[in-house]
Write a protein that binds this ligand. Sequence first.
Ligand SMILES: NC(=O)c1ccc[n+]([C@@H]2O[C@H](COP(=O)([O-])OP(=O)(O)OC[C@H]3O[C@@H](n4cnc5c(N)ncnc54)[C@H](OP(=O)(O)O)[C@@H]3O)[C@@H](O)[C@H]2O)c1
Length: 367
Amino acid sequence: MDTDADRGVVGDVCASIWPESFTIGPWSANHESAATGARKRLALRLLIKKIDNDGRLSLLPQFLETHWEIEVVDPDDLTTFDQAIAQADAMVSMSWKWELRSASRLKLLQLPGAGTDEIDFARVPLGTAICNCYGHEIGIAEYVLGTMLEWTIGARHMDQEFRRGSWAGSYLSGPRHGELFGKTLGIVGYGRIGREVARRAKPFGMRVIACTRSPDRDAALVDRVEGMDHFFDLLAEADFIAVTPPLNEHTRGLFDQRAFAAMRPSAVIINVARGTIIDEHALYRALVERRIGGAIIDVWYQYPPQGQEHGPRPSTLPFHELDNVLMTPHASAWTDGLLPRRNHAVATNLNRLGRGEPLLNVVRAPA
Ligand SMILES: NC(=O)c1ccc[n+]([C@@H]2O[C@H](COP(=O)([O-])OP(=O)(O)OC[C@H]3O[C@@H](n4cnc5c(N)ncnc54)[C@H](OP(=O)(O)O)[C@@H]3O)[C@@H](O)[C@H]2O)c1
């Protein structure tokens, strides 16, 4: 039963970053059994990393229907982290690199996102289920459509020139800008992002083709979907190429010099998945030598630590000096709709764990 006090706690938590440890749920965390007087722990225990305690998980209490004690931990303090994980039922983290024998009780490693490329699977205890979650595909699909439109129309550039007094681009003198209508969009890795992009591109009159590992799903959304053996056919046909597979041993460096050579000279590559799916040097050379039309790049080769606004350039190569690349700082998914969707997805699995129900989006089932 929800009490006013519990609701108060939840409200406070939503409005701010969490304290080191607190309890949420319909009952008090630890309760005295009337019959035995024994102290019985009713709450499950969830660990959240200190670095993630910046508000990105602040909506969890809204969606939790089971009883959880939440502890904020600093994994760099290994001794304390080791003690905390020995008591934990679940942990929310996008990464796992620790060799922790004390984690054997952990039932769930819940990723608050999709990419599993920062999980060292061999080090996660075998009894721990690993689950990811989604909810980013809407924001990313809007980013892909928005940047393709911006690339094609160039409204921002016209605005800047027009303010300076130039009528360039007008019907009076031209030049003309392009249309998405009738252009071919190639989607590589046809999953949630790929499908949401296709859903939005078709009403613009684009021809949409895709290639992916399992080409037998949602073919109705696109003009053609094929296996990865047709990768080079797609590259040769597409005006825009959306890169959306996960980063793994098969996709790292998938877009290399050969791939760029296969593209149309006007083709624009859009990377919203992971930087290293595109070979950094091959991309830079293709842009500098203008072998392709350009690139829209949201995911990169080097990053500042989480929480820092300033850091290194996104690559050791000077992409920022090129005029045929549109660069954004891994922002395509980071929309106002993402937080509630992701928090809901994480809480759903915590609720399922709490009730003993099957988990969703299981990447690796417990042995
Ligand atoms: N920019 C951002 O902020 C951001 C946010 C979220 C995610 N991402 C990245 O985007 C990736 C995709 O997200 P999603 O939601 O679309 O994931 P998804 O629904 O799992 O889709 C990924 C698709 O890629 C296919 N695939 C897997 N391995 C492949 C391979 N070797 N070659 C070609 N296709 C392959 C999968 O095929 P099967 O289904 O047959 O395995 C699946 O259709 C994530 O893994 C993550 O790295 C980026």
